[in-house]
Design a protein around this ligand. Structure first.
Ligand code: AMP
Ligand code: FE
Ligand code: FE
Ligand code: ZN
Length: 289
């Protein structure tokens, strides 16, 4: 069983449409794929309509969160919300707020870049986002198209990362409030890339323990942004806290080099996820439960 539980489409900052994402999953011989766009369920219907026979689709969302820790650090973190009710009013309202603030923040970053002479416009960036959740990768692509940088990775390194002056914060959701919202909407919260140090500061183990106590059920242990020793640490932490350990590619089409299916979730871990009392069924699941 080949199971990839974290991928993006054009509903956020991936470059495959949801239908193309399903085709890519089939080409990579996946048995199970989760579509997890940032702060939106907008890609689900197209993905499910295009689902190839034999592929199980787990609808999910990657929820943009923040944690202010005891040392006054402001840490950005992402929660995967699997099998959440897309019609739950409170969580829909929160995701709408996040998408609106992504537009305001994207526009501010573009204006700051343009003011310093970088040839990039909001029309270009919002056109690339095509109505989906706007993110820094769209600004990165615009900078590639304008010849400023050779690729999106270089755009992040030189201009867009949280360590660069053009970075503008988004007003993301407090992570404990997000866990509560996901559980209240019947979803299963899993901490995405918990130790991705190249993106910025990461939370202490104590915070992960508090998140588990608040209802989080899993840790994305195997992720392209985890160094081997951090992956080992995440695995040990999952074991100690009784959390389900997942693995995923975090595929973004041509916006990132990682191919779909490059990291996988153990079938036993996937079974554990589905065994959760609140879990809705994925689509196309042949296990018949
Ligand atoms: P945002 O959600 O707008 O803050 O942008 C963060 C997104 O940028 C995340 O989904 C990452 O997957 C993506 N990202 C972060 N670093 C890079 C990079 N070096 N190259 C391409 N995408 C990146
Ligand atoms: Fe992304
Ligand atoms: Fe993420
Ligand atoms: Zn992601």
């Amino acid at each position: 069983m080949r199971i990839d539980l974290h991928t993006h489409s054009t509903a956020s900052d991936g470059t495959d449409t949801p239908a193309q994402l399903m085709a890519a999953a089939a080409r990579a011989a996946l048995d199970v794929v989760a579509i997890t766009d940032h702060d939106t369920t907008a890609g689900w219907d197209e993905a499910l309509a295009a689902r190839p026979a034999g592929l199980t689709v787990v609808p999910g969302v990657e929820f943009s969160c923040v944690h202010l820790d005891g040392e006054g650090r402001r840490i950005s973190l992402h929660l995967l919300a699997y099998l959440v009710d897309p019609n739950d009013p409170p969580i829909r309202a929160e995701w709408q707020r996040l998408r609106d603030s992504r537009r305001v923040r994207g526009r501010t970053m573009v204006e700051n870049l343009a003011a310093d002479g970088y040839p990039v416009t909001w029309e270009q960036v919002s056109g690339l986002a095509a109505g989906g959740s706007v993110g820094r990768p769209h600004i990165g692509r615009a900078l590639v198209e304008s010849g400023v940088v050779p690729d999106v990775d270089a755009a992040f390194r030189d201009l867009l990362s949280s360590r660069r002056p053009y970075y503008v914060r988004k007003p993301d959701t407090d992570v404990f409030e997000a866990i509560r919202l996901i559980r209240a909407a019947g979803g299963l919260p899993v901490f995405a890339h918990p130790i991705a140090r190249r993106r910025g500061p990461v939370v202490f183990d104590e915070t992960v323990a508090a998140m588990a106590a608040a209802g989080m059920i899993g840790l994305e242990v195997d992720h392209p942004d985890h160094e081997p020793d951090d992956r080992a640490h995440a695995a040990a932490l999952a074991r100690d806290l009784g959390l389900i350990a997942t693995g995923s590619s975090d595929y973004h089409g041509t916006n990132k080099p990682t191919p779909i299916g490059a990291r996988l979730t153990d079938p036993a871990a996937f079974e554990e996820l589905l065994a959760h009392s609140t879990a809705r069924r994925p689509i196309g699941d042949s296990s018949g439960r």
